[in-house]
Design a binder for this molecule. Sequence first.
Ligand SMILES: Nc1ncnc2c1ncn2[C@@H]1O[C@H](COP(=O)(O)OP(=O)(O)OP(=O)(O)O)[C@@H](O)[C@H]1O
Ligand SMILES: Nc1ccn([C@H]2C[C@H](O)[C@@H](COP(=O)(O)O)O2)c(=O)n1
Length: 231
Amino acid sequence: MENGAARTVPSVIVAIDGPSGTGKSSTSKAVAARLGLSYLDTGAQYRAITWWMVTNGIDLDDPTAIAAVAGKPEIVSGTDPAAPAITVDGVDVSGPIRTQEVTSSVSAVSAVPEVRARITELQRSIAAAAEGGIVVEGRDIGTTVLPDADLKIFLTASPEARAARRSGELQGADVNATREALLKRDAADSSRKTSPLAKAGDAVEVDTTDLTLAQVVECVVTLVEEKRAGK
Ligand SMILES: Nc1ncnc2c1ncn2[C@@H]1O[C@H](COP(=O)(O)OP(=O)(O)OP(=O)(O)O)[C@@H](O)[C@H]1O
Ligand SMILES: Nc1ccn([C@H]2C[C@H](O)[C@@H](COP(=O)(O)O)O2)c(=O)n1
């Protein structure tokens, strides 16, 4: 570079969407860490608002009741890929949002339009504040939250591979039951009226069924670098 001027790396916004267990979180964190980008787990935000609804006894079968209180909890997300953090009204909920109770209720809560409007606004403000760039993962990032993202990835994997990965995490879990639970959540997330789980028309689809996590990360890092190089 002439006159010893420092080379500036252009900021980049990467959207990674896909069904449950396709590797969005693991891939997004690793790609962000490799490239020095911020990281946002939007599923954690929907889990956090669901945790608040459960904790406050809101009737989860009543979308009107959910909508009425959607603006109440204050959700704060960290963006360090090495230490993802999330609080609700100042309470660290990174553990409680992963319980079975929250997992089985999150699709109902996240289908409520007032919840989505609130969380989408939060996501956009976090992405706008990430000066060096950010990897944002979820279900509707490429289609709705950040339709102008520089790079959109849609991860897929067979239900069998996804269930085997999840059963490995939840030691002793029955693979068939895990598979059914994943498919049920995918069906609910894909069929809701407001910003359903969907691949953006301009997203690159990566089938991770027969790839290791390291291979998926390498593939996405290459796509980001190509995008930055203007290819
Ligand atoms: N390519 C891969 N090969 C094998 N295991 C993988 C691969 N990608 C991710 N995993 C493992 O699969 C599990 C699920 O991955 P991860 O949590 O990243 O998926 P996800 O798409 O974010 O899921 P969810 O949407 O349910 O949060 C983790 O245990 C992770 O280590
Ligand atoms: N952009 C997003 C992200 C997540 N959700 C909902 C639907 C998921 O079932 C749930 C939990 O996500 P996970 O932690 O499993 O990635 O949150 C959504 O509607 N939109």
